[in-house]
Design a protein around this ligand. Structure first.
Ligand code: F3S
Length: 74
């Protein structure tokens, strides 16, 4: 399985991730992105059907702020 988080320290609030993967990402009130499924904790696997979107979002993020791992982040 794949887990994802947004590094909000490097996210510049460009919004690309939400544009290409709205089922995974949302922008908070400051415009910074987070992973919706677990409030950016990185503990809930990204479901199979969303993996393509996840990859696309990673490619589209100008600051490489979308971090993906095969293990949960906590
Ligand atoms: Fe931020 Fe990258 Fe999304 S800069 S808003 S995480 S595309």
């Amino acid at each position: 399985p794949k887990y994802a988080i947004v590094n909000q320290d490097t996210c510049i609030a460009c919004g690309n991730c939400e544009d290409v993967a709205p089922t995974i990402f949302e922008l908070d009130e400051e415009g910074l992105a987070y992973v919706k499924v677990d409030q950016n904790e990185g503990v809930t696997p990204i479901t199979e059907e969303k993996l393509e979107q996840l990859e696309e979002a990673q490619e589209e993020c100008p600051t490489d702020s979308i971090i993906v791992a095969e293990q949960p982040f906590k």
